[in-house]
Write a protein that binds this ligand. Structure first.
Ligand SMILES: [Zn+2]
Ligand SMILES: [Zn+2]
Length: 350
């Protein structure tokens, strides 16, 4: 019997009678991470990894939440369940379920790249041996290959430094939860002051409370006028073209996302620079992660399912797909409620 199946409410474990990242309200939800398409309102009981508690509560308010340390095992209706680092955002977890001699792992979103990088704002992805691996595939196309993060941050710092020398503010847009903190942790804070948008600061607070080192950040109103030209401003994509940006005068703008690998996406974004920085696995990373599980069966979710399934079958694996209702980096997944909705990009990335 399959340990995890697809139901209209979401991915479901029949033996344990719980859901994983359900998109409709259920009695028991195991949440892989606090991005809004995975952690939704309205469930009666939530189970998540301990480091995600601050972010989950700041986004979902007063929920009934039970947390587990990474690797801690609970027994639920005879199903052994544990959560393991996914390297995607603070508190992100893979869900391991074991029952009747079978081990299945649902990855949630995860970050592994072909470059052996890890996300330095959370616990790195930990491959778990299993019979069946349910993998995300947001960037499951061979064109997606991330450069070493150090090189990406060198580019970002160089862009910021040049702007500062020219007296122009640098506006770098990225999603409020996850991407913004990766940017903050990766830039050279000696170049100038760093301002963050109001949607980013509560997430920074949760990261700092969880022990993640981030440089000092200012609210826009705290920035000395004379320092505007040296400032780096980190804000969600929804600020593009908004009145909020006017205070920074003649600024240079940039966008940080895995989608920036596509020239079309950069053009449609109409920004000065696109930095390819993703919280998801690239194509070589997906392959490495899948191989490391030793799974003979793989179920693909979250994008490019058909292409990934075909590739897996060519490798001699048993492969299938689940249709999920998760968004991805293109959409408003990580912006705080109440933000003006960023324009959804329609990217047919072939
Ligand atoms: Zn996510
Ligand atoms: Zn996702």
């Amino acid at each position: 019997m399959d340990l995890i199946v697809q139901r209209p409410e979401g991915l479901y474990c029949p033996a344990g009678n719980f859901y994983i990242d359900p998109w409709r309200p259920v009695a028991r939800a195991v949440i892989t991470h606090a991005h809004s398409d995975h952690a939704r309102q309205g469930h009666q009981h939530y189970l998540a990894a301990h480091p995600s508690e601050g972010v989950l509560r700041s986004r979902l308010g007063d929920i009934t939440l039970q947390t587990l340390a990474y690797g801690e095992i609970i027994n639920h209706h005879g199903v052994r369940l544990s959560l393991h680092p996914a390297g995607h955002v603070l508190g992100s977890a893979q869900v391991r379920v074991e029952h009747g001699g079978q081990v299945w792992v649902a990855s949630g979103d995860y970050f592994v790249s072909g470059e052996d990088d890890s996300n330095n704002t959370c616990e790195p992805f930990d491959p778990i041996r299993c019979h069946c691996f349910i993998t995300e595939s947001t960037f499951g196309l061979p064109i997606y290959r991330w450069a070493p993060q150090r090189a990406v941050f060198d580019d970002i710092n160089q862009w910021w430094r040049r702007n500062a020398q020219a007296g122009r503010a640098s506006l770098l847009m990225g999603y409020s939860f996850g991407k913004a903190q990766r940017i903050l942790a990766g830039v050279d804070a000696s170049i100038g002051p760093i301002v963050v948008h109001g949607a980013v600061e509560p997430l920074n607070h949760a990261y700092r409370a969880a022990g993640v080192a981030l440089p000092a950040t200012l609210h826009a109103t705290e920035l000395d006028k004379a320092a505007i030209g040296r400032a780096l401003i980190v804000a969600p994509p929804s600020v593009q073209g908004s009145a909020w940006t006017k205070r920074f005068g003649d600024y240079s703008d940039a966008f940080a996302s895995g989608w920036m690998q596509l020239r079309g996406a950069r053009r449609r974004r109409a920004v000065d620079r696109g930095f390819v920085l993703s919280d998801h696995a690239d194509w070589p990373g997906l392959q490495r992660a899948i191989a490391a599980t030793g799974a003979e069966r793989v179920i693909v979710t979250h994008g490019y399912e058909a292409i990934m399934v075909r590739w897996l079958e060519e490798q001699g694996l048993q492969a299938g797909a689940f249709q999920t209702e998760y968004d991805d980096e293109r959409l408003a997944t990580a912006d705080a409620p109440g933000d003006p909705a960023p324009a959804a990009e329609t990217e047919s990335a072939a």
